[in-house]
Ligand binder design. Structure first.
Ligand code: NAP
Length: 245
């Protein structure tokens, strides 16, 4: 596991957006960031799941979160711009954005890939990440120092049979991260990507239905890297793909 000690209140006063905050790794990241003092903005497509995370944060004594219901498949560029300016109006700036939401699509032989699923996967996993980044960066540049974190995968640097559009989308994610990191190298914005490694979530269960999830890391286990990249301790880290395990 990535070796980092998560200190109490290490995210105090930070405003952090988490996409896909309703379940899996994103849910755990939102809860963890709130526990360490951050105000979190919960973005996801299923409002009921976001409300459950909201309630849990309040019950744990965290700062009141904001909820942004948005389906990355249907959202327009204007939706992201409006969201970023609402964040700027409400909080003044954005310290962190964890771009975690993505879809698996289908695992299938390359020649059988359905065009609609290819298009949806590229839209959610690549185009939406680009539009989110483009819209959020001006609000992130208002922070003292800001951290933009993408989510890759083991199939994002080495292609794997049957992983089709998902694998290609994660290569693109790493490329997008590197382009933005290089462009903002001299600024207060750092840009990195996390490779979570095999983690017990619904997406993992869909990809590996026969696997015993009790043998895998839990979302909670992999939080040290997620916290490190949002804390000031990672201020000089940019342009990296880092493994959580
Ligand atoms: P998960 O439990 O399936 O969570 C995915 C999240 O993304 C959900 O909250 C989901 O929202 C959201 N989402 C999906 N499509 C969306 C859309 N169109 N608009 C808005 N939100 C959408 O998966 P996970 O395992 O936690 O995955 C988190 C990230 O880690 C992903 O980027 C994944 O590729 C990456 N990853 C995971 C593993 C692993 O082993 N788990 C390994 C490598 C990489 P709803 O719940 O509302 O559908």
């Amino acid at each position: 596991m990535f070796n980092y000690t998560m200190k109490d209140n290490c995210l105090a006063k930070k405003v952090i957006l988490v996409t896909g905050a309703g379940s899996g790794i994103g849910r755990q990241a939102a809860l963890t960031y709130a526990k360490l003092g951050a105000t979190v903005i919960l973005l996801g497509k299923t409002v009921q799941k976001l409300e459950q995370v909201y309630d849990e944060i309040i019950a744990n004594g965290g700062a009141e979160p904001a909820i942004v219901p948005l389906d990355l498949k249907g959202a327009t560029q204007q939706n992201y711009i409006d969201m970023s300016s609402t964040i700027a109006q409400q909080f003044g700036h954005l310290d962190g954005a964890l771009l975690n939401a993505s879809m698996l699509g289908e695992l299938t032989p390359y020649t059988h890939i359905h065009q609609q699923i290819w298009d949806d996967t590229i839209k959610v996993n690549v185009t939406a990440q680009h539009l989110l980044s483009q819209a959020l960066i001006p609000t992130m540049l208002k922070a003292d120092n800001a951290s933009l974190v993408f989510t890759s995968s083991g199939v994002g640097s080495k292609g794997r049979a049957y992983w089709g559009a998902y694998s290609v989308s994660k290569f693109a994610t790493e490329g997008l991260m590197q382009v933005i990191a290089d462009e903002y190298d001299e600024s207060n914005l750092r840009v990195n990507a996390i490779n979570p490694g095999a983690t017990a979530t619904a997406m993992r269960a869909t990809a590996y239905p026969a696997e015993d999830q009790s043998t895998l890391a839990t979302p909670e286990d992999i939080m040290p890297l997620y916290v490190y990249l949002m804390s000031d301790d990672s201020q000089n880290t940019t342009g990296q793909v880092i493994k959580a395990q």
